[in-house]
Design a protein around this ligand. Structure first.
Ligand code: 5RP
Length: 242
């Protein structure tokens, strides 16, 4: 097996710490992304070793396929109904445990699953911890119909809240517009910083063509931040004063 990079050691450590929180009988939400891949692998090992009985919903087709390939049965969220715990990665984590998510394009299902959970735990390496959200692009999922009009409306909404002249890019993959699992498009907003995330999230979601935005506000309960030496720091919402 190839050697892990320092960032991957940190992600793996955070993922393993998250999997250690799982108890027999739990209903789980499984996140998406490279950290979530470590989590799903660690979960599969625990299931095999301990014969855990779990019910799992996935936040993307990719995660569902990986989990199933490792022997973890995936059910539809609506068949499970409510989840005890969701484990997911993040692109940015601020001191209040507010997040930017969606670099992997799964923000819509991720938010639905996280909001259907008693607890959301984020696993990340230290590069994701920021003082103020927004250096990372903010993904916004939009429906394909009239997407350029939606882009214009987003641009006007940004202007109105003082985020003027911010580039908005249609996400592409292999030179084609990227499609989410719901067959929607993603607009990536380069905002530099987001001083009022609640206000921005509300403004974005009030635009008709916007399905959801990548701001996960007041949702995360605990962030497990892995370090390259394999240790993990815990950041809680209480500590953060949220
Ligand atoms: C996917 C996500 C991911 O959780 C986020 O992009 C973090 O990914 P990674 O663990 O690969 O850094 O939100 O939509």
């Amino acid at each position: 097996m190839s050697e892990l990079s320092p960032a991957d050691i940190a992600k793996k450590a955070a993922a393993e710490a998250a999997v250690a929180l799982i108890e027999d009988g739990m209903r789980l939400g499984l996140g998406t992304g490279s950290t979530a891949v470590f989590m799903v692998r660690a979960l599969a090992e625990r299931v095999k070793a301990e014969g855990l009985s779990l019910r799992c919903a996935a936040t993307s087709v990719a995660t569902a396929e990986l989990a199933e390939s490792l022997g973890i049965r995936i059910e539809a969220l609506d068949d499970i109904g409510w989840l005890d715990l969701t484990l997911d990665g993040a692109d940015e984590v601020d001191p209040d445990l507010n997040l930017i998510k969606g670099a992997g394009g799964a923000l819509l299902r991720e938010k639905i699953v996280a909001k259907a959970s008693d607890r959301m735990v984020v696993m990340a390496d230290g590069s994701k911890v920021v003082e103020v959200l927004g250096a990372f692009h903010l993904p916004v999922e939009v429906i394909p119909f009239g997407w350029q009009t939606t882009q214009e409306l987003i641009s006007r909404a940004l202007d109105e809240i003082g985020l003027t002249q911010r580039p908005i890019l249609l996400r592409k993959r292999d030179d084609e517009p990227y499609r989410t699992d719901e067959q929607n498009l993603i607009l990536d907003l380069s905002l530099e910083e987001i001083p009022e995330p609640d206000r921005l999230a509300q403004r974005l979601n009030a635009i008709p063509g916007v399905v959801e935005n990548g701001l996960f506000l007041h949702i995360c309960d605990l962030a497990l931040i892995g370090r390259p030496d394999g240790t993990v720091a815990e950041l809680t919402a209480e500590e953060a004063g949220a």
